[in-house]
Design a protein around this ligand. Sequence first.
Ligand code: SAM
Ligand code: SF4
Length: 333
Amino acid sequence: MSTPTQLVDSLGRIHTNLRVSVTDRCNIRCFYCMPLENVQFRPRAEILTFEEIERFVRIAAGLGVNKLRLTGGEPLVRADLDQLIRRLVAVPGITDVALTTNGVLLAEQARRLKEAGLHRLNISLDGLKEETFQRIARRTGLDRVLAGIEAAQQVGFEKIRLNAVAIRGITEDEIVPLGEFARQQNLELRFIEFMPLDADGNWQTDQVISGGQIRQRLEEAFAQLVPADRPDPSQPAMDFVFADGRGRIGFINPVSAPFCGTCNRLRITAEGQVRNCLFSTREWDARQLLRSEASDASIAEQLVACVQAKKPGHGIDSDEFVKPERAMYQIGG
Ligand code: SAM
Ligand code: SF4
C-alpha cells in the first residue's frame, strides 16, 4: 500500500487542522470546563514534551496538516511555551500557528509569544463585569485579562479574536457591552454555544443562548449583521459584519446548528491521545508510540486510522448522544 499524503475520512473530509493541548492545568476554574475542587491533573511525566509535540506535528504536517492551534487547559501556564512556538512555526508545511488563552498571564507573555512567531491569538472573555468573571471562573482576574488584551494589541498582534461563551442566567446582560467593547477596540468577537463538556455534568439545553438569539440582540443594539465572506468553508464560525461598517461578529453554533459536515479538525490531548472529534469517546494513544521505538511511518498510520474512523457528526441533539468521559480542560478546547 502506498503511503497516504492526506488525512481523509470516509466522508471525504480532508483534515488540515490540528489542535494541540499543551497542558490540562489551568489558573482559573470555569464551571463549563472544569470542576471547582479536587481536579485530577495528569502527572507531569505523562504530558508530552516539546520534542514529542514537535515530532508529532512534523508527522501530521507530512500528511497535509497546515494549521495548528495551541490550547489546554490554559496554555500559558506551561513553562517556556514560547520555545514550543518557535519550534512549531519552523515545521515545514505549517503555515499558521494560533493560541487560545484565558488571557490571565498574557500581559507578561505577549511580547515573548509575538517574538516566537505566533501568528494569531484568541482570548476568552465572556463578560466585562468582575462579578460575571467570578461566577464563571470561580477566581478573580478580569482586570488581568483586560490588561492582557491591551498588551497583545501593543506588541502588534493583529486580528485578535475574543471568544465568549453565553450562558442563560449569567451573561445575558454582557452580550451588548461585549459587542460595544469589541467594536471600540477593533477586535473580532465570537460567541460559542455552551456545549455539554462541563466536568460536573450539569449542562442543560436551556442554559444555551443560541447564536441566533445573540445575533438578534446585537442587531437591536447596533446595526444589521450582514454575512461576511467565507474564504475557508471548513471554518466552524458563521461570520458577520455590522452594516454600519464597525465590527465583525462570529457565531460557533455546535448545539443549534452543527457544522460537522465540513469539519477538518483533529486533536491531540496534553498526554498524547489523538481524537478525531471534541466529542469522541475513543482515543488513539500516540504517546505510547512516541515513547517507544515506533517509526514516523507507524505514527502516521495511526493518524490515518484515527481520521478514517471519524463519525459523521457529534450527535449532541440525538437520543443516542454519549457525553465524553473527559471534560473540556482534559481534551483541549
Ligand atoms: N484556557 C484557554 C481558554 O479558556 O481560552 C484555552 C482552553 S479553553 C478549554 C478553550 C475555549 O473553550 C475557551 O474559549 C472556553 O471558553 C471554551 N469552552 C470551555 N468549555 C466550554 C463548553 N462547555 N462549551 C463551550 N465552550 C467552552
Ligand atoms: Fe481554564 Fe480555559 Fe477551561 Fe476556563 S475554559 S477553566 S480558562 S481551560
